[in-house]
Structure formats: structure tokens, C-alpha cells
Design a protein around this ligand. Sequence first.
Ligand SMILES: Cc1cc2nc3c(=O)[nH]c(=O)nc-3n(C[C@H](O)[C@H](O)[C@H](O)COP(=O)(O)OP(=O)(O)OC[C@H]3O[C@@H](n4cnc5c(N)ncnc54)[C@H](O)[C@@H]3O)c2cc1C
Length: 492
Amino acid sequence: MEDKAIVIGSGIGGLSAAIRLANKGIETHVFESNPFPGGKINSRSINEYRFDQGPSILTCPEYIEELYKLCGEDFSTFEMAKLESSFKYFFDDGVELSLKHDRKKVIEEISTKLKEDPQQIDKYLKKAEMNYSLIAPIFIEKSLHRWRQLLGKTLIKALLKLRHFKLFSTMYQENSKFFKNKRTAQIFNRFATYNGSHPYKAPAMLNMISHLEINVGPYLPKRGMIQLTESLVELAKKQGVQFHFNETVEEIHLNGKTIIGISTNKKKYDSNFVVSNMDISLTYEKLLPSIKHPKKILNQERSSSAIVFYWGINKSFPELELHNMVFSDQEKEEFDSIFLEKKMFESPSIYINISSKVVTSDAPKGCENWFVLLNAPINTGQDWDKEIEIKREFIIQKLSNTLKTDIRPLIQFEEILDPRTIENRYSGKSGSIYGNSSNSRFSAFYRHPNYSKQVKGLYFVGVSVHPGGGIPLALCSSKIATDCLFKDFNLI
Ligand SMILES: Cc1cc2nc3c(=O)[nH]c(=O)nc-3n(C[C@H](O)[C@H](O)[C@H](O)COP(=O)(O)OP(=O)(O)OC[C@H]3O[C@@H](n4cnc5c(N)ncnc54)[C@H](O)[C@@H]3O)c2cc1C
């Protein structure tokens, strides 16, 4: 048989893996349960509004650029804006901060509004930059499970700076040592949510995430986040990838410990490589029931989930930006509620994304498309309908107070995403968004490798495996997985 690869799922991890495989000349087929590609990166148009359904923040576009370059395509055709401002923050006592994309202005804003020492903020941001540049090439861009790949100058450089990584501190401990004002710490603790974790438990090393948003700045593709999916599907098709939508993979077939193909709800297919972009726990549970399951890895604590209200708002609010956070003043209680009690917190922080601030065609003139997100626990059978009703009321009251306008009559229509939808629509185990949480010092080492140690020809991509959650990491997972495959089968 000619080399043939099957990719299970068309999330960003699956799409980028398919591009890399087809680019190597391997016949590549992507099977997707949904009628649309992109997994969580999809979009819905309702009346004259358009909503990105999942991610709203894009960092590290260089990983997309890498795919364009690999395929000999011009990355300048992937149009995107580097945002002037990263985030606007609202605190209960009326303090508001807008963090511009300019380190000097960030320092000025935080030191003026939150009375921090400007030098301390500068030191923090420089440290985040240094840690990122030392850590990313090891923990994010390489397999942690093939030691030989890690050895070299980069590892030595990182080991020499080990004390800077504060291996025994949490994000919160490090941030509250750095900053006098607990609000400043809360701004930086928030980055734990970028991989669905608890800042009072997640390792201090994750403070480096702030570098990508504050030092480098976030981006927004010209047509919104959906452009990521659309562009990668186009790139994949140009490489010859074949897509099979509405086709769920139900079993991975083995001959002994070697891949021989899959069965879907429609047919059986042969292949010698399978790359699964399905949640790793579900890949084992549903598709590989007969092999040994790595229980320790699969039983790690899951990342958080979310409730999202997609609202068409019949007014525009100049005081809001593209990304807005209305903070709860009970930060620790909120995260404890999500992770320890598995309950929605009564007065949570509220994230509001309004893509029509930049992509003006996303809402009718004078209106805005609000994506209102609350962090939520994973689905353990809570009464979500009741939670949604209570939280909807909470959000309306809180935002009406913050914006000094009754927003209730402005909501023209709504759609809702909750942990049950995430679980069913994207096969996210228990509705978790980012696979395992990073709520322990060792979480990076308890993610599943990007290849199977038991089955020849089986590889894994996406947020539930190494290196973890979020778009940039899912893109890295596909490079690591396919590099392993090419090496294992002498396709380099
Ligand atoms: C509300 C929300 C907000 C987010 N915000 C951000 C953000 O701002 N920035 C960021 O970087 N990340 C964000 N994320 C996370 C981001 O969406 C994910 O990290 C990333 O998109 C996950 O990609 P993935 O490759 O793991 O695949 P997924 O998107 O999880 O896709 C997996 C695909 O596999 C398919 N599939 C599963 N099983 C099968 C099967 N058996 N047969 C066929 N198909 C199957 C599913 O249908 C799905 O399409 C957010 C997520 C959500 C839900």
C-alpha cells in the first residue's frame, strides 16, 4: 500500500497535521463528525450578525506563517491586524485600565491607575519575555518525550537560568510578590485561564504567557478568527488533502500493534498512519478499547469549561474595546468554585469580546456582536439550564451597572454555548476546553506524548496532548507529531 494517513478531526491541530502530511506527499484524508471544519474555531451568522464561536485571541501567528512557507504560499495573503490595544479591564470600584500595545504605555497606565512602581512592571515584562524565549523552544516546540531532541545549547541555556523559572511557586505567589496592588496581580493571574487553569495552583512559569499578549500583542485576522480555519482548509486542499464531513470515526483498526485503518459511521478505510485530533481520553475510550490505557495521564484534572452568550446588541458602546474584562473582586473564590467545588461562582468575572469593533461587517451599523464568556467548571451533571438563567441575570445587572445603561432591552437575540455543547459538538471530554489543566508543577510532564508508545503508526495532536491548550500549542502539537512520524518511518 502507498503511504496513506487518516486524520481524525479537523480542529486546528488536525488541519495543520493534515497539511504537513500531504506536503510530504502522503495521501491524506481528514474525517470530521461535524458538517463544518475547524472544531472550536468556527463561526455562525445570525440575522446580520456574525460570531466567532470559540477563540477570540490570536497570538503567535508565526506558527501559521510556518505552514504557509512550508507549502510555498505567500503569508501576506493571510491578512491580519496587530491590535492597538490588548485588553480593557474594569474593576468593581470604578477603576478602568486600557492596555495599549506599547510597553511604555502599559507601564504608564498600570503605574498611574494602580500605583505600581514602573520599574517593577518593566522588570516583570522583561522577565516574561526572557522566560518565554528560553522555555518555548523546549517545552512548546519539541517533544518532551524524546530526550535526544531536547539536548543541545537551548536546553543548557535554559538550565543555567533555572532559578528564574520559580519552579516551586504558583502564578499567584509570584505575581503578588512582584506587585503591591492585588488588582495588578489579578490582571497577570488571568493568563492562567488561557489554558483553563487556576492561578493559585498553576506554576509561576506560566506567567510567561503575558509576554505574548502584552509585549508582543494579540492579532485579529481581517475576517475574524474563522479566517484561521478557512485559510488552513484552503491550504490543505491545495496540498491535496481530502475532507470527509459528517463522518465520525468509530474505531481504529490494528493488526497486532500496527495501524491498518479505521471504521467510520459510514465505511471502513485502510491506512498505515492515523493522527487523532480527538480528545486523547476519548480516543482511548471510544476508538482503542482493547489496548492498555495510560491511566495516570488520562486521569489528570481537566481544564475549565465556559458558558458563552452570543448577543446581538442594538447599540454601540465606545467605552468598550475588542477585548474587555469586568473583574470579580473575589478572584480566588471564583477559581476555587470552578476547580474544587465544580460549581459556577455566584459573581464571576465577565469577558466581553466584540469583533465588530475591528471587523465592522460583523454587526449592523450602530450595533455590536457581543461574545460574553464566563469561566465554568467541567460538566459533571450540573443543572446547566438553571445556571444559565441565573448567570444571564447576573451579567445583565453587572454590565448595566458598569456601563450605566440598561442592556436588557438592547439584546436583539441570543445563542448560548455551555459545557454540554462543548462536550457534544467538539468531543471535548466533560466539556473541558483545553484538555488537562496546568494546576500542578508537573502538569507539563503528565500530558500524553504526540505519538503512541504501543501502536506503530499512531500519533496525537490537539489541546489534550503535549504541549497543551490554545491555538499556538495545538499548532505546535501537529509539528511535533508529524516530525516524529517522519522520523519513525524514515520520511525525512
Ligand atoms: C469558548 C472558547 C474560547 C476559546 N478562546 C481561545 C482563545 O481566545 N485563544 C486560543 O488560543 N484558544 C482559545 N480556545 C481554545 C481553542 O479553541 C482550542 O485550543 C483549539 O481550537 C483546539 O484545537 P484542537 O486542535 O484541539 O481541536 P478541536 O477544536 O477540539 O477540534 C477537534 C475536532 O475533532 C472532531 N472529532 C472529534 N472526535 C471525532 C471523531 N471520532 N470522528 C471525527 N471527528 C471527530 C470534532 O468534531 C472537532 O471538530 C477557546 C475555546 C473555546 C471553546
